[in-house]
Design a protein. Structure first.
Length: 303
């Protein structure tokens, strides 16, 4: 039995004292209103109306249960309103700071096509994970190791001057005899790549090559890192597309081979899949990435 529908018919008939008028107010045929009231009487175990008169007059039992029927209808209407609002409320999505405005707009448009309103929060990797854990966002594009990623982005190095080589090796950052390590060229890691699977292999190789501690450094921001590269011979760890947008020459990093990895994660696996599927292509473009299982985009050389 449709308990809410039956209560709605019961209340409308009671308010108007007529099955005909009550059915019209409930926007249902009069026979349907009569059947619903009869079903409610069977369900509750008592007569709601006195059928001995021409008007629909409440019985004592009907007067007792009428207030609860009104409350049930009100709660049902509140539930429907809240559900409608929830369906149209924005999905707060934490995304990398490196996503451009135009690409985020395209991602938002892809969300609209899927019936989603996306509210973007651009923050560094650790902050994205924290926001998801603390439920400040509904979902987040998290930095993950490439071998378990939905999207991967190959990393190389950007420089202000044309490198003149196909690949740059970190051993070329070594300083000559008699020089202090602090005077050597540096490789800058931007905040988006300050994650263990990118940062730690670089630091281990730095120590193995005997480079100075400051020769591989994490910059406070992408702007700070790019500034240092533009005014010196320093290098920026970055994907090819980002180097191009910054006006840098890009080439591969000879060793170690590094890549960004991303996955879209929500509070549940079901919700992650619901968001990931319609946003996959637009998010891959936003990240300058290749989907899992697809070939990574080849280096776009800017020289």
């Amino acid at each position: 039995m449709d308990l809410v529908g039956a209560c709605r018919a019961f209340v409308h008939v009671s308010d108007r004292g007529s099955f005909t008028l009550g059915a019209a107010a409930a926007r249902i045929p009069q026979p349907v209103a009569s059947r619903r009231v009869a079903a409610l009487e069977r369900h509750l175990g008592g007569r709601l109306f006195d059928r001995s008169t021409r008007r629909a007059v409440l019985t004592p039992f009907g007067r007792e249960v009428l207030p609860a029927a009104r409350r049930l209808i009100l709660l049902a209407e509140e539930l429907e309103y809240d559900a409608e609002r929830a369906r149209h409320s924005p999905v707060r999505l934490a995304v990398p700071e490196v996503c451009g405005t135009r690409d985020l707009a395209a991602l938002g448009a892809a969300g609209r096509d899927a019936g989603l309103r996306l509210d973007f929060r651009q923050v560094p990797p650790a902050a994205r994970a924290d926001a998801l854990r603390d439920r400040d966002v509904h979902a987040a594009v998290l930095a993950v190791p490439p071998d378990g990623a939905a999207w991967t982005v190959p990393l190389g190095v950007g420089a202000a001057a044309r490198p003149g080589v196909r690949a740059v090796y970190l051993e070329t950052l070594r300083v000559g005899r008699g020089q202090r390590p602090s005077t050597g060229r540096r490789l800058w890691i931007q905040p988006e790549d300050d994650v263990p699977h990118v940062r730690d292999p670089l630091l281990r190789l730095r120590d193995a090559l005997g480079l100075g501690p400051a020769q591989i450094a994490v910059a406070p921001s992408l702007a700070d890192a790019a500034t240092e590269v533009l005014v010196s011979s320093d290098l920026l760890l970055c994907p090819a597309g980002q180097a191009e947008s910054l006006g840098l020459y890009w080439c591969e990093l000879g060793e170690p081979v590094l890549a960004r990895g991303y996955d879209l994660v929500a509070e549940s696996t079901e919700e992650s899949e619901r968001l990931r599927d319609p946003l996959a292509d637009a998010l891959a473009h936003c990240l300058d990435a290749a989907p899992s299982g697809a070939a990574a985009p080849g280096p776009r050389r800017t020289d």
